[in-house]
Ligand binder design. Structure first.
Ligand code: PMP
Length: 451
């Protein structure tokens, strides 16, 4: 391995990192991670920290999951690649499809379509939504609705339904026909409503109003994260997603659940939709499907779509989407091992218990630290701490403050993730009680240092 100075210098010179200004790494060099075990990572200078980010909300089973590593090695040895484009398939992809069918059956899912990651899954699901309506003779249904604050990856369709200007403005004009409605974000919302249940009703009314305004017959799908993740971990009131389902049914609009973060136990249930008791029409999955060890994703397809596509005799159901790496055998082998481990360890239960501990610890920190405006969580291992410079006025803290918190926490032994004025917490689902305590105390250290 090259030494720290070489890596820092060449990172700044040659590597444009995602979601960063190309010049930033000169002034503010990133942490260069070189090793990881369990829930801990070690940087190039040998500094070890608890990873409160869980890779990028994907390493649900931690960094040392041997069954997944072994499955990847064995698959590389036996069949490192074979395409699943029409005419061929591979055994690992088939076996995984059979397993996913069982895993997602309670969500009403019947089929799967493989992709290389979350952005691909969103792209495919939204395309399939249009195609579904065409098959059924409703080709006028082309528009998409989504939530402000939602995150759906960075392909052009995903960016178009994305509800955060930071991922949109540089690339506009994006796809026409994409419209956004308010998210049930209790801390800040256009209705000035602080009661989560009432806010959910107001947001549902706004969704229905938008559907009537656009004309239901022009709308293909509504896409949402069951718990908004990258937008700052925003769990809706429990009435929200069931309400969305009812509205979609009323107007013949497909409901796409973007489960890229939520699926596989993160919310304390096996999927975010199940957490709210909702069966969507499609689910986008990626991230933890391979524990982050291999780029892989899928769209899970519900019964109604399966019937429409498979029963179509006109050729309109022929799928014009696909990636070289759709159903990659190494990714599929990793996913098979992951599913076995996920179920064997029942990680959703630990996510629920440790998530509660984390949420309670953060609420206690809020009593002591004026910098905290809002703490969100309570549904598995996804929490956010929103920082403000003035609690009364809810003035968002600047990026410098959030970065200072994260820097001091890192020195104290915990890696945090900063997104705008939020600190986002999404550790591996196998994390133990003592490490959650460590995360809480390091955030406290960070807050004290930044105050
Ligand atoms: N959807 C959601 C909800 C996500 O959180 C993400 C990634 N954070 C994506 C889609 C995009 O996934 P990927 O980065 O794997 O393309």
């Amino acid at each position: 391995m090259k030494d720290g100075n070489f890596l820092r210098e060449n990172n700044a010179k040659h590597f444009w990192q995602p979601m960063a200004h190309p010049a930033e790494s000169l002034a503010n060099p990133p942490v260069i991670v070189t090793e990881a075990q369990g829930v801990r990572i070690r940087d190039v200078d040998g500094h070890e920290t608890v990873d409160a980010v869980g890779g990028l909300w994907n390493v649900n089973l931690g960094f040392s999951c041997k069954p997944v590593k072994d499955a990847i090695a064995a698959q590389l040895e036996r069949l490192p690649f074979y395409s699943t484009f029409r005419g061929t398939t591979n055994d690992a992809a088939v076996e995984l499809s059979w397993m996913l069918r069982d895993f997602f059956a309670p969500d009403g899912m019947a089929r799967c379509f493989y992709t290389s990651g979350g952005s691909d899954s969103v792209e495919v699901a939204l395309r399939l939504a249009r195609q579904y309506h065409k098959i059924r003779g409703e080709g006028g249904r082309t528009k998409y609705l989504s939530l402000k604050k939602g995150y759906h990856g960075t392909h052009t369709l995903g960016a178009s339904v994305n509800g955060n200007a930071n991922f949109r403005t540089q690339y506009e004009p994006l796809m026409p026909g994409c419209f956004h409605v308010p998210a049930p974000y209790t801390y800040r919302n256009p209705f000035d409503e602080s009661n989560p249940e009432k806010l959910a009703q107001l947001c549902l009314a706004a969704l229905e109003d938008e559907i009537r305004f656009q004309g239901a017959e022009t709308i293909a799908a509504f896409i949402m994260e069951p718990i908004l993740g990258a937008g700052g971990v925003i769990p809706p009131h429990e009435s929200f997603m069931p309400g969305v389902r009812a509205i979609c049914d009323k107007y013949g609009i497909l409901l796409v659940a973007d489960e890229v973060v939520c699926a596989f136990g993160r919310t304390g249930d096996w999927t975010g939709s199940r957490h709210w008791g909702v069966k969507p029409d499609m689910m986008c999955i990626a991230k933890a499907i391979t524990n982050g060890y291999f780029p892989f994703g899928a769209v899970m397809i519900g019964e109604a779509l399966a019937e429409a596509f498979e029963g179509d005799g006109s050729g309109k159901g022929s799928i014009g989407s696909g990636y070289t790496y759709s159903g990659h055998p190494v990714g599929a082998a990793a996913a098979i091992a992951c599913l076995h481990e996920t179920e064997r360890l029942q990680v959703k239960d630990n996510a629920a218990a440790r998530g509660m501990q984390l949420h309670e610890g953060l609420l206690k920190l809020k009593e002591r630290h004026e910098l905290i405006g809002d703490v969100r969580g309570g549904h598995g291992l996804m929490c956010a701490v929103e920082l403000v410079s003035d609690r009364e006025a809810k003035t968002p803290a600047d990026k410098k403050t959030a970065t200072a918190v994260a820097k001091a926490a890192y020195e104290d032994g915990v890696m945090l993730r900063v997104s705008g004025n939020n600190i986002i917490l999404s550790p591996s689902l196998i994390i133990e009680e003592a490490d959650i305590d460590k995360i809480i105390s390091a955030i406290g250290t960070g807050l004290s240092a930044a105050s």
